[in-house]
Design a binder for this molecule. Structure first.
Ligand SMILES: [Zn+2]
Length: 205
């Protein structure tokens, strides 16, 4: 790509660093901004900079927050004794979007993956164990990726949790709208293991 302005080129290169954004899309975004009022573009950049500098992470669950404690941990209507363990903040947003969960979360920051050099000490595991010991936790729900790394992480944490806590994992099986014949053997086998009475399935819809 040839640019007649170094300022334009620098801006395009910065946008192209964003995930999923190629040079062409970056150029379209920059040219769009160029057509806006300067004050609007200033506001845009202020919002991004403010988000980056002022955002905090919840001291209790490591979710994003505007204060020391996130809005989920601070909400007395949520079941504070139930903790859903997830890999990252995107998972919290995905689960919250279902509007089916009223407990709290714990964001690990990833899963144990020795090949990628990620061990338990690099994840928020100690704070989870500490939480379950200090708080009156009654259930820990694992909502991690159904991979070897996810399973390894569940196994590792489960052994460290107080024995009186109920430990569950979200169901694994055939995706809604998926076709049986295209499901891999592991998924099919797990779907059979985790089969549900039709009544409870239909009524939960
Ligand atoms: Zn929190």
């Amino acid at each position: 790509m040839q640019f007649s302005s170094a300022l334009l080129e620098t801006a395009v290169n910065e946008f192209a660093k964003l995930p999923g954004i190629g040079k062409k899309t970056a150029l379209r975004m920059v040219l769009h901004l160029l057509k806006q009022e300067a004050s609007d573009v200033q506001h845009f950049s202020d919002v991004v900079a403010k988000m980056r500098t002022e955002i905090r992470f919840c001291h209790r669950c490591h979710n994003v927050a505007d204060a020391d404690i996130c809005s989920i941990c601070a909400n007395s209507m949520r079941k504070q004794e139930i903790i859903c363990v997830v890999e990252n903040i995107r998972d919290v947003i995905a689960l919250e979007s279902t509007q089916q969960y009223s407990g709290t979360y714990h964001v690990l920051g990833g899963v144990i993956s020795p090949l990628d050099g990620i061990g338990p000490s690099q994840l928020n595991i100690d704070t989870l164990i500490h939480r379950t010991q200090k708080e009156e936790t009654c259930e820990v729900i694992f909502a991690l990726s159904p991979t070897i790394q996810g399973d390894t992480t569940i196994y590792y944490i489960q052994k460290k949790l107080p024995a009186n806590i109920k430990v569950t994992t979200i169901a694994r099986g055939i995706a809604f709208g998926g076709e049986l014949e295209y499901a891999d053997e592991m998924t099919l086998a797990r779907s059979l293991q985790n089969r549900l009475p039709v009544d409870s399935y239909v009524s939960s819809k």
